[in-house]
Ligand binder design. Structure first.
Ligand code: ADP
Length: 469
């Protein structure tokens, strides 16, 4: 009995039993009480009427009592006795089984003879058996008593039929509720089972498994969330697979070159020292390239791990100017001019190294994918709580179809050119991941007049709210 549906069933059954028990007792007891109360007031009223009619008589003689009683004629279903103080019956309304002359020593009569009205009613074998007794007094002296007895099977039958109906209703209600709760717990069990199966499937690595979702209740929402989660896992797994295959491919190429170069040296017996040096120079270049790739991969992994890092106010303008300055020699190499227009107060909560890396990569690309005599323009400004930095170039541009992918890891539009310029295809992925760490985003577009525009946008730091340590 560990399942949720079994617990629910047990709870439902307990609630049904308690409810049905209440339905079968409370209304019946109330009706019974009500009937008894009506009987008490009716019977005591009749007995009192008889008593007051008889209290006018000086003495209670059988004939005189009988005469008064005949006149009254009000006992209906019941049977009325009039007794003297000793309990001897002077009048009995049931003519055919008259108990005249006998002693009637019932409890109620005895209390009436002691001066107290008495009433008793019991419900037994489907009938109400009730008796009421009142004293007959004249000038506060008791000289007899009226005893009223009634056996009422009619109202008893009414109560019995009510009990029967309630039992039928309870049976139907119980059966219906039981069926409904059985159906409900079966459906619940099935849905939870489906979720369990899906969780095990995904745990086993079948990320494409989905739970069918129907309805809008909590379980459906859990199923939806679960589907979204496994979708995410599937995506991450796919990215991971792609990343590993791309990374190994990227590492394989320089390694293959190194192998080729060293084999060439090893295999040729009398190689000129000059050629050996040249080959080793190539090997060294490939090693530099390998080192660059691994450095960048490490950089990306550090971003993925998302360690708790401390962000400080960083001036984007200052960092942009620094990156442009550092790349001055490269710009001369490519014969491209760099201009930097940076507004002050462009503060962002970030890390200086990360911000430098972003701007360095963007400006470096703008130089690398440019043409001799071209230019690069770096702009940074603050507008509407956003710090924006734009890197414009007059370079070769990016084909529209490649634009959505250029931020993917290892994606390069022109592999040969990228390799030639020492590219790894990781620069823009680092830019995007780093910008996202600071709440920013980056996008690229081709400029109408030729070349590319890269825009990075960050939420500006409100210096008035920043608490310096
Ligand atoms: P890489 O190391 O190859 O430069 P990036 O991730 O920095 O890798 O860039 C990805 C690709 O996007 C590059 O290979 C290049 O084809 C293209 N690219 C990036 N910046 C520019 C630019 N300013 N102009 C033209 N193409 C660019």
């Amino acid at each position: 009995m560990h399942s949720l549906s079994a617990h629910l069933m047990l709870l439902f059954s307990a609630v049904i039993v308690v409810t049905l028990a209440l339905i079968n007792t409370y209304p019946l007891l109330t009706a019974q009480d009500l009937m008894m109360e009506t009987k008490r007031s009716d019977m005591l009223r009749t007995a009192n009427l008889v008593s007051s009619s008889l209290s006018g008589l000086q003495t209670l003689g059988r004939d005189r009592v009988s005469a008064v009683m005949t006149q009254l004629d009000l006992y209906g279903e019941g049977r009325i006795f009039v007794t003297d103080t000793a309990g001897e019956i002077l009048f009995d309304s049931a003519a055919e089984t008259s108990l005249l002359g006998r002693d009637l020593l019932r409890r109620e009569l005895l209390s009436a003879l002691r001066g107290q009205d008495a009433f008793r009613c019991v419900y037994r074998d489907g009938a109400f058996e009730s008796s009421a007794a009142v004293p007959i007094t004249t000038r506060s002296e008791i000289f007899g008593a009226v005893y009223f007895y009634e056996y009422d099977a009619e109202q008893g039958a009414l109560l019995l039929s009510m009990q029967r109906y309630l039992r039928y209703i309870s049976l139907i209600l119980g059966a219906l509720t039981l069926l409904a709760s059985l159906a409900f717990s079966t459906v619940l069990r099935r849905r939870v089972h489906r979720l369990n199966v899906a969780i095990s499937e995904v745990r086993e690595g079948h990320y494409s498994h989905r739970v069918p979702v129907s309805g809008r209740d909590e379980i459906s929402r859990i199923a939806e969330e679960f589907n979204a989660l496994s979708g995410r896992l599937e995506q991450t797994e796919e990215l991971r697979r792609q990343f590993v295959s791309n990374a190994s491919h990227e590492l394989k190429t320089p390694l293959a070159s190194i192998k080729l170069l060293t084999d060439s040296i090893l295999q040729s017996r009398n190689m000129e020292m000059e050629d050996v040096r040249e080959f080793l120079g190539d090997v060294s270049e490939e090693i530099v390239r390998l080192t660059r790739i691994t450095d960048r991969l490490l950089n990306l992994t550090r971003l993925d791990v998302n360690l708790h890092r401390e962000f400080i106010p960083v001036s984007v303008s200052y960092v942009a100017e620094r990156a442009a300055r550092m790349l001055q020699p490269l710009s001369e190499h490519y014969q491209v001019t760099i201009t930097c227009e940076a507004e002050p107060d462009c503060l962002v909560l970030a890390e200086e190294d990360g911000m430098y890396q972003i701007l360095f990569n963007l400006v470096e690309n703008a130089l690398k994918y440019n043409v001799p005599g071209g230019s690069v323009r770096v702009l940074s400004y603050l507008r509407d709580d956003k710090v924006t930095c734009i890197v414009d170039d007059t370079g070769i541009g990016i084909p529209e179809k490649d634009l959505p992918q250029i931020f993917d890891r290892f994606y390069r539009v022109d592999k040969a050119r990228s390799r030639e310029t020492g590219g790894t295809g990781l620069g823009l992925a680092i830019v995007q991941d780093t910008a996202a760490q600071y709440g920013g985003r980056v996008w690229a577009e081709n400029r109408a007049q030729g070349g590319t525009r890269f825009t990075v946008e960050f939420p500006a730091l409100d210096i008035t709210r920043y608490e310096f340590e």
